[in-house]
Write a protein that binds this ligand. Structure first.
Ligand code: PEP
Ligand code: MG
Length: 950
């Protein structure tokens, strides 16, 4: 890494001109062993391409890509020229910093230097510096920028007095790395300054690492020293970094706009007032930087100069960084971004100039800002995060490739549902009027929720009942009333109260409370939409294609399934929530179609193929007709499959496979049998636990399991013991938040830590079994000892509660279980492969990851190998293997799983008839050949292509 040190500095140099200065520098770099002879040519060529003058009397000569091979070691050498050297155009250089770098390490140096390139006049000081130490100090000790961003704003904090507020301010500064831990104590000793309008100011220079300003407001109106306490600024002061901010703040206070700060409902609103962030509604555009060495001095200079041609503000920030946006017109600020090739920039411009400025700047960046750029490699990332162009809706006639999530063909107008930003005034017209508005909005939302309760099934209906209760919570309405009395608008008061309540829950880092916070925000937005007169877009009259970012179960409850012909989501993969929900409902779905899909005009005709994962936008008539004909043919096939749903699934050459159902609760068991299930292959018992407000006791569980066994009427029941923890919290079972819940305490790990829960469950299962076939399996087993401990628990209870037909097995969903299948197969009665998790852990892709989960395809040959290994090990010991992940219902996967000799497929009830029909169409020997070939492929896509050819 490039850092500055006094040993690198040569003071008091002289050079007649720039060429002589470059020679001196090159000699120095060569003499110190950083570069080979010949590097001088690189320095000269670089200057010929464009001056490396940086401003403030500094130039940063460096080589070209062609001379990069001449660099032995990365480093810098600094030459001071007290008499100055003309670097062209009369720009005098007093300090030349020669850089030897093989790649873009020098960006780090530029970032460091930008601290020196602030507002003060550095050139003269550099010229006069009399020692290397003094020069270094000038470069490093120049004013640092004041940190002021969203993480330094804390609104509506539940504090009781001034001291507590000051303590919270100090905590924010500490978290932003601006101060040391003793800063809170320092602030206690400082005399607070009232600024007026109930705003207060505290500042200190002690224990400060870098300058920063925190702004915090109390949740309840407070008083301090007989004056209102509406908000507090805590400044970690260093030099003059806060000067500009202080001036802005004075202006705000003189103009009587202080309430815009303490009544702000978002940190963004505060930052807008203080000038820390561009207003949310300024037009913006994103582009990926393609310059080989990032945004270094030369291209940055071109960009700044171009921006200066527009009268008005233009800012830029790195999309994947927490740093605030900086002015595009400031070279030093641009360099302070340290932007590298491949990073996305977001440009934001004042509305008055945006239409002219943004396209010009984007085009210039795209063309390399005076440098030659190689195109960036195509990325699998969604367009929103790294696209090289501004997002645009897919054009008519285009096809968007996503992930096929629920088979079937659907067409209809697009019904695009995306969360939107609301604008609302902070101050109300009159307290009485605002109160009336709020009451009206609450009543309307209450009755909307009532409609949803009636439309939803029991479990989801309960969510909306909870929402109704929240709406009526007097704590929320009382707080809102108080704010209305202070003159806030209904919308501002309501959102401030919701935000504060939600933050309070979130701050406690408890999974249950975090869910409550999400519920609060949900009802918050519903009421806000009412207050702002924004009504959810009307559903089209005819069956439509729902387009959303992601679909969760509660979204589905809001839909009328008879009117949703298909679902397209911007995010998600085949095992994500949205996909599972869509499959369960039998609605064709394509997920992970990318963010641009959300820009479609409402009503755009869409055609989607949920098998191939393709969405056609405004397709030509002939394509539409072909697809609809295919849909009709599929309908007919499904009808035929439905007629034969009770027939066994036997291949053409006589190989039988059992087709079971995955279920989550007992009440629908009769319907599941009616759909052709030969048994239940996965009872997800956590859903039974989740349906209760506290852990169901043994008797309650026994009744539930009995109901399933009764409904199965002698057919086998495979039950999975409680699979919660990590990302699947149980509301009444507090689990510590984990950095990485998928790799944390979940499944069997959790239940073994809390054996009484598992014992109760096992007891209930054994009692419910009677003479009926019961199979119990344990989730997330990754170690043999976990299985043994769980088995021992069952054996102990079995001595107490005898059962006639019991098998014990494990789910294979952690790669180690598959790799240990040979050892485990000696001891278990069966394996059930959970391909959803097995794929996630094998490919190291979070199954719910917004962009990557599309690649989490269970037909990946690595996953198939683990399945193959498991089946072989099991069969060698005479044990059976089922597959209960989503892969089992994927029409392209069925022949492959058949060919891998899986004995049972467990799928959602809706897919049973189709899966049975697919097995009947297949030939086992052909499927085995297909499976062997699939194992040899190098990607999931290659396996899918192979299946298509078979
Ligand atoms: C699986 O992981 O494949 C599985 C069936 O379990 P779940 O989807 O419930 O995690
Ligand atoms: Mg699983």
């Amino acid at each position: 890494m490039l850092e500055l040190a006094k040993e690198q500095i040569a003071m008091g140099q002289t050079a007649a001109d720039k060429a002589a200065a470059l020679r001196l520098l090159a000699d120095r770099l060569v003499a110190d062993g950083l570069v080979a002879q010949g590097y001088l040519q690189g320095l000269q060529d670089r200057e010929a391409q464009g001056s490396t003058f940086l401003g403030q009397g500094i130039a940063i000569p460096h080589g070209t890509p062609q001379t990069r091979d001449l660099v032995y070691a990365t480093g810098v050498r600094l030459l001071q020229f007290p008499d100055g050297v003309d670097w062209g155009d009369g720009q005098m250089v007093y300090l030349a910093i020669g850089i030897a770098a093989r790649s873009d390490e020098h960006l780090r140096l530029l970032q460091l230097l930008t601290r020196a390139l602030g507002e003060t006049d550095l050139a003269e000081a550099l010229r006069r510096a009399s020692s290397a130490e003094a020069l270094l100090k000038l470069l490093q000790g120049a004013p640092q920028e004041l940190a002021l961003d969203a993480q330094l704003v804390g609104l509506n904090l539940p504090v009781e007095d001034f001291d507590e507020l000051a303590w919270r301010g100090a905590r924010l500064l500490q978290r932003a790395d601006c101060v040391d831990s003793g800063f809170a104590a320092v602030l206690q000793q400082v005399e607070p300054l009232p600024l007026g309008e109930g705003l207060w100011w505290l500042h200190s220079e002690r224990q400060v690492r870098q300058p920063g300003l925190a702004f915090i407001t109390p949740q309840q109106p407070l008083r301090y020293r007989d004056q209102p306490l509406n908000g507090l600024f805590c400044l970690a002061s260093l030099g003059a970094a806060h000067q500009a901010l202080l001036e802005r703040l004075c202006e705000v206070l003189i103009e009587g706009r202080g309430q815009m700060l303490y009544q702000a409902t978002s940190s963004r609103a505060v930052l807008e007032v203080l000038g820390g962030e561009a207003p949310a509604d300024w037009p913006s555009a994103r582009i990926v930087l393609a310059n080989p060495h990032g945004l270094h001095a030369r291209p940055a200079k071109v960009l700044a100069q171009l921006a200066k041609g527009f009268e008005g503000e233009i800012r830029v920030r790195l999309v994947d960084s927490a740093q605030p946006a900086v002015s595009v017109k400031s070279l030093s600020k641009l360099l302070s971004l340290g932007a590298r090739r491949g990073q996305a920039l977001e440009l934001v411009a004042e509305p008055g100039i945006a239409a002219d400025a943004l396209p010009v700047l984007l085009a210039a960046i795209e063309q390399g800002l005076g440098e030659e750029v190689e195109p960036l490699p195509q990325s699998a990332e969604p367009v929103a995060s790294v696209a090289a162009q501004v997002l645009q809706a897919p054009a008519a006639g285009s096809r968007v490739q996503g992930v096929g999530a629920a088979p079937g063909i659907a067409s209809g107008p697009a019904h695009v549902c995306v969360e939107r930003e609301f604008d609302y005034p902070l101050r109300g017209e009159s307290c009485a009027e605002e109160r009336q508005k709020l009451r009206q909005a609450l009543a309307t939302v209450h009755s909307e929720l009532q409609t949803l309760v009636q439309r939803s099934d029991k479990a989801i209906g309960e969510i909306f009942v909870t929402h109704q209760e929240m709406l009526a919570d007097p704590a929320l309405t009382d707080d809102a009333e108080q704010r209305l009395a202070q003159g806030e608008s209904a919308a501002a008061a309501w959102m401030a109260v919701i935000d504060a309540a939600a933050r309070q829950q979130e701050a406690l880092h408890d999974a249950l409370l975090a869910e409550r916070a999400a519920d609060l925000r949900d009802i918050g937005r519903r009421v806000l939409a009412q207050l702002c007169g924004v009504h959810a877009q009307a559903e089209p009259e005819q069956p439509y294609v729902l387009v959303m970012t992601e679909v969760g179960p509660s979204d589905v409850a809001r839909l009328d399934p008879n009117r949703v012909a298909g679902i397209v989501t911007a995010q998600g993969g085949a095992t994500a929530h949205s996909a599972i929900v869509a499959r369960a409902l039998g609605i064709p779905a394509v997920v992970g179609a990318g963010a641009a899909i959300l820009l479609l005009e409402a009503g755009t005709p869409l055609l989607l193929d949920g098998q191939r994962g393709v969405v056609s936008v405004a397709p030509p008539e002939d394509e539409l007709q072909r697809a609809l004909a295919e849909r009709d043919a599929r309908e007919q096939r499904l009808q035929a499959a439905w007629a034969n749903r009770f027939e066994p699934a036997v291949t053409r050459d006589g190989h039988a496979v059992e087709v079971f159902a995955n279920i989550g609760e007992g009440s629908g068991i009769a319907k599941v049998v009616e759909q052709g299930a030969e048994g239940v292959g996965l009872l997800r018992t956590e859903l039974i636990f989740m349906a209760h407000t506290q852990a169901p006791d043994v008797a309650t569980q026994e009744a539930e399991y009995r109901r399933v066994l009764d409904g199965l009427d002698g057919r086998p029941l495979v039950v999975r013991t409680l699979d919660v923890g990590g990302d699947k919290p149980l509301p009444y079972w507090p689990i510590n938040a984990e950095e990485n819940p998928f790799l944390g305490v979940r499944g069997i790990r959790l239940t073994l830590q809390r054996p009484h829960v598992m014992e109760d469950q096992l007891r209930a299962l054994l009692r419910a079994a009677d003479q009926r076939p019961l199979r119990i399996m344990f989730p997330m087993v990754g170690q043999v000892h976990e299985w043994r401990e769980a088995r021992a628990m069952v054996e102990r209870l079995r001595a107490e509660i005898p059962v006639a037909d019991l098998q014990l097995g494990i789910m294979v969903e952690v790669p180690s279980a598959a790799l240990l299948a040979a050892q485990l197969a000696r001891e278990v009665d069966f394996f059930s492969i959970g391909t959803n998790d097995l794929t996630q852990y094998t490919l190291a892709i979070d199954r719910g990851h917004p962009s990557l989960s599309a690649q989490a395809d269970g037909l990946h040959p690595a996953v198939l190998s683990l399945i193959d290994m498991t089946v072989r090990a099991a069969h060698a010991h005479g044990k059976w293997v089922g597959v209960c992940g989503e892969l089992a219902a994927d029409p392209q996967a069925v022949p492959v799983l058949l060919g891998l000799d899986v004995d049972e497929l467990s799928v959602s009830a809706r897919s049973i008839a189709e899966v049975k029909a697919l097995v009947r169409q297949a030939d086992h020997q052909t499927a085995r050949a297909l499976a062997r070939e699939a194992l040899q492929q190098d990607s999931a896509a290659a396996v899918r292509a192979l299946v298509e050819r078979y």
